[in-house]
Write a protein that binds this ligand. Structure first.
Ligand code: NDP
Length: 251
């Protein structure tokens, strides 16, 4: 087993995940840069530095998840931090503007096939990676899981008529993050007493490919809360949902 702490970040070949990988390496961790395209993962890992290693991981592909878990165990023998960051808003090349996306994904018109595909990545993929990595997390004292969620998934916010963003709440992406929040609570309950914390974080509206670079935060700002929670001392809070500047977000 290596002496350095080891992190796995899913969907780390670009955007917020790549920045999380950079920040964790800067804090002394060895980071596995998860990427569904290995070449893009290798390019991202070389951008991060010598303590980053690409790993092929498509969260919708059970064989790639199993292979990644086996490689982690064989090569590193530990997993201190699992950051579940990979997600999609749509299977289309571009989501369109925020307003167009909200209009096209209303409950009355959303494509069920599209919804299944998005939830396969954002919800079932997270659960599949959790199940595969849990033995290694359990074998690593003080391990923790960070699920990268979104304030868009907050049912409390979506239910407040005074908040303008509630009109963007849709069954496709936003509700997939609501389901991710539910998974976070279920995982935290399962692991309480085992010393493994599980928390959800919201990056805030960040300039990345996911939203056609319409976001307002930098990737450094978007990564900050995931990195902070990933580096909390052992025995820290579990079952939370937080943002870097807003603090606790209501479920
Ligand atoms: P990006 O689209 O830039 O990055 C998403 C990453 O997920 C990419 O690396 C992508 O890989 C990867 N990914 C997608 N599908 C899979 C899959 N099946 N298996 C493995 N990896 C996959 O978006 P962001 O950086 O913005 O998103 C990161 C996280 O932050 C997501 O969970 C998102 O929901 C969340 N978030 C983002 C916000 C924002 O404003 N940007 C706001 C709130 C939350 P590939 O390059 O191959 O497509």
């Amino acid at each position: 087993m290596t002496d350095r702490r080891v992190a796995l970040v899913t969907g780390a070949n670009q955007g917020i995940g790549l920045q999380i990988a950079k920040d964790l390496v800067a804090n002394g961790l060895t980071v596995l840069v998860g990427s569904r395209n290995l070449e893009r993962g290798v390019a991202a890992a070389s951008e991060v530095g010598v303590d980053a290693h690409a790993i092929r991981l498509d969260v919708t592909d059970p064989a790639s998840i199993t292979a990644a878990a086996e490689r982690m165990k064989r090569e590193f023998g530990r997993l201190d931090v699992l950051v579940q960051n990979a997600a999609i808003m749509t299977t289309r090349p571009h989501p369109g503007s925020v307003v167009e996306y909200a209009r096209a994904t209303r409950a009355s018109v959303v494509s069920l096939d599209e919804m299944r595909a998005v939830w396969e990545t954002n919800v079932f993929g997270v659960l599949a990676v959790y199940q595969a990595m849990l033995p290694l997390l359990r074998a690593t004292p003080g391990a923790r899981i960070v699920n990268v969620s979104s304030g868009a998934g907050s049912l409390t916010i979506a239910s407040d008529p005074s908040l303008p963003y509630r009109s963007h709440f849709s069954p496709l992406y936003a509700a997939s993050k609501t389901a991710l929040n539910a998974l976070t609570v279920a995982m935290a309950i399962e692991l309480e007493g085992e010393g493994i914390s599980v928390n959800a974080v919201s990056p805030g509206f960040t300039r990345t490919a996911m939203n056609g670079y319409e976001g307002v935060e930098t990737v450094e700002q978007g990564a900050a809360e995931a990195v902070r929670v990933a580096l909390l001392d052992p025995g820290g809070p579990s079952g939370g949902f937080t943002h870097a500047t807003f603090g606790t977000i209501p479920w």
